[in-house]
Structures are given as structure tokens and as C-alpha cells.
Design a protein around this ligand. Structure first.
Ligand code: THU
Length: 132
């Protein structure tokens, strides 16, 4: 497990260098491992109309889906912050759609780490769509 997390974190560190965050200056990198071992990366992409910003996690997830990968084992997240960040609620719901049992490792550039399961980050997810 540690080897897989380390490999994924290295990809997230590299993805972070592509972050477009001129407004917040908070650069985020993400890397998502598919069940068959492929890695998909993402970075945050901000916009002058702030609400259009997309987080690194969703960029990675959508990039994977566009490449036909929909089942994931782990997500790595890297930031330059005093503590590892928790993924935002919107990203949790998007990731849950594809892999409710996802492992999430969040790390700072300085090497602090937190490990979660997505189910613990998003208990009681919206997962039962029954239009009448
Ligand atoms: N951001 C992410 O990309 N992922 C997170 O988990 C937290 C927040 C981005 C969005 C925005 O570009 C910047 O970080 C500050 O919120």
C-alpha cells in the first residue's frame, strides 16, 4: 500500500506544477489510480469568474472518465500548506459516484500525510436517485 501511495503522490506532485491558480495562489495536484493500475492526474484550474474554478480532484476524475476509466482504488492529493487538506464536498460526491471505497491520501509538500477512506469523508452520500 505504501509503495502505491508513494507512486501516486509523486504523480500528484508533478501534476501540481500545472495548477492554474493565479487568484488563490493555492496550487493543488491530484492523482487517481484506476483499478487496472493506470494513473490519471489533475490540477486546480481557476477562472477570473471565481465560481467556475474546478478542483484538482475533479479534473483528475473527469480526465479518467474521458479515457474510459471509471473504477479507482486511490487518490493522492498534494498541497503546499501547513497541514494536508481535506477534499471539498463537491469532489467527494463526484469521486463517490465512481468509487465509494476509494482510499484518499492527502500530503503536504513537506511530507505531512493523512489517509482516509472516501466513505468516512462522505457518510450518507447522495446515492439513491429514484424519480417518481
Ligand atoms: N482546491 C482544490 O483543487 N482541491 C481541494 O481539495 C481544495 C481546494 C483548489 C480550489 C481553488 O483553486 C484553490 O484550491 C483554493 O480553494
Amino acid at each position: 500500500m505504501k509503495e502505491m501511495f508513494d507512486k501516486l503522490l509523486a504523480s500528484a506532485i508533478d501534476a501540481r506544477t500545472a495548477a492554474y491558480a493565479p487568484y488563490s495562489r493555492f496550487f493543488v495536484g491530484a492523482a487517481l489510480m484506476s483499478e487496472d493500475g493506470e494513473i490519471f492526474t489533475g490540477c486546480n484550474v481557476e477562472n477570473i469568474s471565481f465560481g467556475l474554478t474546478v478542483c484538482a480532484e475533479r479534473v483528475a476524475a473527469f480526465s479518467a472518465v474521458a479515457a474510459k476509466a471509471k473504477r479507482f482504488t486511490a487518490l493522492a492529493l498534494v498541497t503546499d500548506s501547513p497541514l494536508p487538506v481535506n477534499p471539498c464536498g463537491a469532489c467527494r460526491q463526484v469521486l463517490y459516484e465512481f468509487s465509494p471505497d476509494l482510499w484518499v491520501v492527502s500530503a503536504t509538500l513537506q511530507g505531512k500525510q493523512k489517509i482516509f477512506r472516501l466513505r468516512e469523508l462522505l457518510p450518507h452520500a447522495f446515492d439513491d436517485f429514484n424519480p417518481s
